[in-house]
Write a protein that binds this ligand. Sequence first.
Ligand SMILES: *Cc1c(COP(=O)(O)O)cnc(C)c1O
Length: 435
Amino acid sequence: MKYISTKNISPPASLKEAVLSGMPEDGGLYLPAIIPQLVGRSIDSLSSMTFMEIAQKMSAKFLSDDIPAPHLEEIVSRSLNLDVKLNQLDDKLTVLETFHGPTMAFKDFGARFMARLMSYLIRGEQRELTILVATSGDTGSAVASGFLGIQGIRVVILYPSGKVSPSQEKQLTTQGQNIQALEVAGNFDDCQSLVKQAFADRNLRNQHMLSSANSINIARLLPQSFYFAYTAGQMMHKTGDLVISVPSGNFGNLTAGLMAQRMGIPIHHFVASTNRNDVFPKYLQDGHFQARPSDQTLSNAMDVGDPSNLARIRYLFDDDVDQIRSKISSWSFDDQQTLDQIAEIYKRYSYVIDPHTAVGMLGLHEYLKNSSRNTQGVVVSTAHPAKFPERVEPVIKTSITIPDQLAQYLTREKHAVPMSTDYGEFRQYLMDALA
Ligand SMILES: *Cc1c(COP(=O)(O)O)cnc(C)c1O
């Protein structure tokens, strides 16, 4: 299978090129050249399959040309061995819990799968692969956990000093082994700028094999499409059209859902639920897109003013906003609505949700208000509420138990290399560390 650029200028790439480079040179994003189709009995059989069975089947559809079956099966069984739970709150509302992995957010699926896939793709290489990641929190912890102990790959994480939560910092800085954290005296943009300068440094790249693990990598999207297929399978016997609300920031999760839908999986409609960063709902309303700087909100993993995966969504719909509107509705909600929603869901169902999931709930309610169809609603829950106790506990007025996955990091000792925002210093660090 080849991977094409959404800008159609760079030539189609192999799986290895697409995954290791992350991004085509023309500045577009990679998509599979062909979206494989599931038809007839394949669709019906989804309802009796486990998540792992679906993951194996769908990954073979995308990757079997490039990876021999036994290797692919091992990559999938060792990376996607995570619980996916559908929690039905009432006869019209179900929550898709994607947060049962080691860092308790859906990003574990993409990071773990990408780690094992990259490890396979560099087999036989003499040099080690170095992954550089700039993070404001969640991505870095999923990547640190997903790549821990992976042969032939070393990970360097750059995070802004004092600007990630204490528990996030522990997850970034206590893994050890092949994971190194750099604590940068600056903000997230400074971290990203250091990474970009390293990628633009030909001399450095001639000596070291560098790659990134950010959310534009196609390897992160594929496994996310598998839990949308699983959801459709589990909901198939219920009456009403399946509508899935996805709390969105960079729109990777939503794009994965659209890919599942394109494969023929019966998902009637999506709701793109955003916080105050409302560039996508504005785009659907006005028909033209306008990026803007992001605002800080309580659902901070969705504070994005220029969502990268919009390029993929536009490509999938021939850049026709009417086509996009026929499959996706979108609304934006503020922090007060988010907090009220956490309280409301707790009161009604004794179920605790995190601020990102709350935005997703609000989006689904808005859709239902505007629709007279018979609907089965699913909200993707992207993170466990215990990741945000300082926001959730005052609202539900109860303390949240911190699961062992998160608690284990808190007692470990932090190891981070202090780093200025000067590229010369970062470069020297890399030359010494990778020598
Ligand atoms: C990353 C993240 C999101 C946003 O997902 P996108 O794929 O970027 O739209 C939502 N919720 C949580 C908890 C996240 O970590």
